[in-house]
Design a protein around this ligand. Sequence first.
Ligand code: SF4
Length: 329
Amino acid sequence: MDRSLLERAVAPLLEWYRLNKRELPWRGTRDPYRVLVSEIMLQQTRVEAVKGYYTLFLEQFPTAAALAAASSDEVMKAWQGLGYYSRARNLQNAAKIIAAEGFPSTFEGVRALPGVGDYTAGAVCSIAYNLPCPAVDGNVLRILTRLYADGSDPDGPAARASFSALLKEVYPPEAGDFCQALMELGAIVCLPNGAPLCGSCPWQSFCRVHLAGEEEKYPVRPPKKARKRVELKVFVLKCGDEYALNKRGKGLLAGLWEFPNFEGEAPDFGKILAKKRAKYIFTHVEWQMTGYLTEAKEKFPQYVWATAEEIEKNYAIPSAFKAFSEWVK
Ligand code: SF4
């Protein structure tokens, strides 16, 4: 790949970033723990959604030691609504390592923390330590495949590897700014859906897809696989003023509290008071749910029972079940 094109793109991008970057709560910090928290929260989650969580989370757990010492239910509660809960579990496990051994100072050390992949390790090392470690995610691949009019699949490992190698060669001394500038360009100018805002882009005079007027043809994605659909019966079991909760085992949403639910046949729990349908879409699975508000025949011992107030305070119930939470009052 032609390195000179990316070399040429570095200075205008940095200049553009200095003038146009958004004020975000995590901008300006170089504390590696804070950078790590922001990067983990931003995985698969929109900036707008992360803003409030980031500040509150750090008020509650201002250091890795504070996060390491918290109970896992406290951490899940603070994460509630942000989704992809394995991130919170991994983050706490990472905090335990950091609290015991100090924050790792190399890419390999950061990469070895639980829940940290190449992208997050690259972002943490660039932003906190100014190291030339590329952080290449879908956003960055979108803008680079457009800059180069490169037809490789932006979700495939080949594009990631070749653009990472190329970025490494052109990394400027302001590594942290460069890393964030690439992300920022993808977030506010070279947008994923619909037309990119090329008129505001620092690369418009040499970006190959823009010069060819083919912005929307890139990145080139192979056709998507269909999501797996799962039919679930979800029971909000009420006994007196208490409701039944179950702690999920392994797999999707592991370790979180849920209303009892079943993929196939469900037991007869009692009198059904209300019924409604809802769906929830995960990355690879779609839950088609029928919810039943049910007056339980007895306080079934396989479940934990809690009042609406206790649930609100102490139990993290994932957003997937939100449609049925309104029955708990
Ligand atoms: S000129 Fe347009 S297509 Fe090219 S990088 Fe900028 S915003 Fe994206």
